[in-house]
Design a protein around this ligand. Structure first.
Ligand SMILES: Cc1ncc(COP(=O)(O)O)c(C=O)c1O
Length: 396
């Protein structure tokens, strides 16, 4: 069949996720026999904890294989309610919580239920790759505020204040952040809160997906925790994908103003119906169960971070801010690229690294930060060490 189909206008400019594009190029080079070291992937390299897998198995045996409520089962929402109380000191009725097929769909449903064409949503660069497209799919305009590694991605107050004027209806925060790995300190959240207060039409989405992947001794904070008076203007988004190595299970959740949450559940009822019933049981086990597996994973990520970041910082022309969490190192290569103008920016550098060293990374442009590279250390230490050696040889 050769007939060409006209695709809906609202999908114009929507691209497949760039991280997946690099991963598939790396996979095809690997199939062709090249030794590829993949530092591009944004998912834990660990298995889902055994007790979580067991809970899913038992759910199937118990026949929990049917549609659930579109907002998610009451027992999972109760587990989420307890998690918010215990970990965050936030008190939500179950009716203010919706379970979604991954945190990504929570963000998508939020944008669909909140934003109209003509509205504006504000994100901070470097940003997670999917935010701009999720916003644009709602018909709203995506406004990007730049932040810089050189001052640890601190938000410029005046620029934030100006960007939150009408028609802005949504501000998305992500801490610890993908790709920077930076967690906003209390002072930064207080500063954001003082600006948000002056813009009552703005709702804040706090994408807390990496909450658990924070280095030892760093307490997690979000805007609703630091500014309780703003809690009812926040939608907190989280999930088990990264914390419990459950990316494929597709369970996320959101908590916030009940009318908005109800509308997100209604939106789900007519799109995905409900998140997978078996995965919901698994997620409940993850949230209610022991945190030992999570702690072990985080310790491992931190050890890899502590190895990788100083090694990368030895490369002339590259700077990496030590992260507070996640499993990403975000390398500022602008000095190196200025000295090597024959390389076509971060995208050219990514291609050259893949072709010449077999190391797959993601160009910073995908995150709204040209001149940078994102390296994922959700990969075993042997691969990481070999990758570092190859990178140092390339840059020397
Ligand atoms: C910052 C951030 N938010 C949301 C998501 C989506 O997570 P999920 O797999 O639960 O849909 C990701 C996944 O990479 C992410 O990095």
């Amino acid at each position: 069949m050769t007939a060409s189909v006209a695709i809906a206008k609202r999908l114009e400019g929507i691209q497949p996720s760039p991280t997946l594009a690099i991963a598939s190029l790396a996979a095809s080079l690997q199939q062709a026999g090249r030794s590829i070291l993949n530092l591009s992937v944004g998912e834990p390299d660990f298995d889902t904890p055994a007790f979580v897998r067991k809970a899913a198995w038992e759910a199937m045996e118990r026949g929990l294989t049917r549609y659930t409520s579109s907002a998610g089962t009451v027992s999972l929402r109760e587990a989420i309610q307890t998690k918010f109380r215990t970990d965050n000191g936030l008190d939500y009725p179950v009716t203010s919580i919706v379970v979604t097929p991954g945190a990504k769909f929570a963000l998508y449903a939020l944008a669909q239920c909140l934003l109209n064409p003509g509205d504006r949503a504000v994100i901070l660069a470097p940003y997670w790759v999917s935010y701009p497209d999720i916003i644009r799919l709602s018909g709203a305009e995506c406004h990007v505020l730049e932040t810089d590694a050189r001052n640890r991605y601190t938000i410029d107050r005046d620029a934030l204040d100006a960007s939150l004027q009408p028609p802005t209806r949504l501000l998305i925060l992500n801490s610890p952040g993908n790709p920077t790995g930076i967690h906003y300190p209390r002072s930064q959240l207080e500063a954001i809160g003082s600006i948000v207060r002056a813009h009552p039409q703005v709702l804040v989405a706090s994408d807390d997906l990496y909450e658990k992947i924070l280095w030892q001794g760093l307490p997690f904070l979000n805007l609703a925790m630091v500014c309780p008076d703003l809690a009812d203007r926040c939608v907190v988004i989280n999930g088990v994908s990264k914390s419990h190595a459950m990316t494929g299970w597709r369970i996320g959740y959101a908590a916030g103003p009940p009318t908005l949450i109800r509308s997100m559940a209604d939106f789900q009822s007519n799109t995905v119906s409900n998140p997978n019933s078996i995965a919901q049981v698994a997620a409940e086990a993850a949230l209610r169960g022991s945190s030992a597996d999570v702690e072990l994973m985080v310790k491992t990520y931190q050890a890899r971070h502590d190895f990788l970041v100083p090694e990368l910082n030895q490369i002339d022309g590259i700077r990496v801010q030590p992260a507070d969490g996640t499993f990403y190192a975000f390398a500022d290569c602008r000095t190196y690229l200025e000295r090597n103008p024959e390389i076509d920016g971060d995208v050219g550098l990514t291609r050259a690294l893949l072709e010449q060293t077999g190391v797959a990374v993601v160009p910073g442009s995908a995150f709204g930060a040209p001149g940078h590279l994102r390296l994922s250390y959700a990969t075993d230490e042997k691969i990481l060490k070999t990758a570092v050696t190859r990178l140092q040889e390339y840059f020397d």
